[in-house]
Design a protein. Structure first.
Length: 282
């Protein structure tokens, strides 16, 4: 198809198309959606994964930024329960996109997002993977789960747990909204063009409620402290947070001031922020 259409995959857009039917069917299976469920796909490209999602019974909204691919994608999915949207996942209006999901008059009947949770499936370039996932977690509560294919190092950061090398501010951000785990690896050989990096599949499931009660520790303040801690991750917290957190807060929160940022769970960070105005227990 690439040759027939005289396409030149864009490095700037991180275009590596999946060209293996077993892989796209595996992704559709691991996304764990029911027939008739609403699925939004980011970076639909030439439609290989889109077809697998539709084949599995999803009602698909396929988002693609490359205007050169839009006509090809539309032709690929013609007659299927697929709505093609030309937009940028980094800037699109998520609530508007997910509210307007009658598939342009396709077979399904529109159901309010609140009663029909969305599943997101995507093959994400490394340079936009984290911003896209964070935007969805922050701005699209109708998305109940995600199955994303990302560069291995990015996937390990998304799913990392406290005490591991990959654990960082992004891991804490994901843990605030959801649980995440690696569910598979994808070899470079299934892509065209073949990337120089390994890829993994990460399943992210939104929590029923965020891990830290916003009334106890506001998210803006919480993540200001988290970022400060990981900005100097080799330092003990009492040094890394010297300009951010009052020393007395560590005792109030029962947090070891000599610990390092990578040792704290999302609950620990929440307790640290929640106790900022509390006196230490003597």
């Amino acid at each position: 198809m690439i040759a027939a259409q005289d396409l030149r995959p864009s490095r700037a857009l991180g275009q590596n198309f999946v060209a293996d039917q077993n892989t796209v069917r595996r992704i559709a299976r691991l996304a764990d959606f029911e027939p008739g469920q609403l699925v939004v796909e980011i970076g639909a490209g030439l439609g290989a994964l889109t077809l697998a999602l539709a084949e599995a019974g999803a009602k698909v909204t396929a988002v693609e930024i490359d205007r050169h691919l839009i006509p090809i994608l539309r032709a690929q999915v013609e007659g299927l329960d697929v709505r093609v949207v030309e937009d940028d996942a980094l800037t699109l209006d998520w609530p508007a996109l997910l509210d307007d999901h009658d598939n342009d008059g396709a077979t399904g009947v529109a159901v309010p997002a609140s009663t029909s949770p969305w599943v997101l499936v995507a093959n994400l370039p490394y340079n936009v993977a984290v911003p896209v996932i964070v935007r969805v977690l922050e701005e699209a509560p109708a998305v109940a789960s995600m199955l994303v294919m990302v560069q291995r190092e990015v996937g390990e950061r998304l799913a990392a747990v406290p005490g591991t090398k990959a654990y960082g501010a992004v891991s804490v951000k994901v843990a605030y909204y959801a649980t995440a785990r690696l569910v598979g690896r994808v070899p470079p050989a299934v892509f065209v063009p073949r990337p120089r990096v390994e890829s993994v599949l990460v399943r992210i499931v939104r929590r029923d409620a965020v891990a830290v009660d916003p009334a106890v520790a506001g998210p803006d303040r919480l993540f200001t402290v988290v970022r400060a801690g990981f900005a100097q991750r080799r330092k003990m917290l009492r040094r890394a947070l010297v300009d951010v957190v009052d020393p007395a807060t560590f005792a109030a929160a029962a947090i070891n001031p000599e610990a390092r940022a990578e040792e704290l769970s999302i609950e620990d960070w929440g307790r640290l922020v929640a106790c900022e105005d509390s006196p230490p227990q003597l």
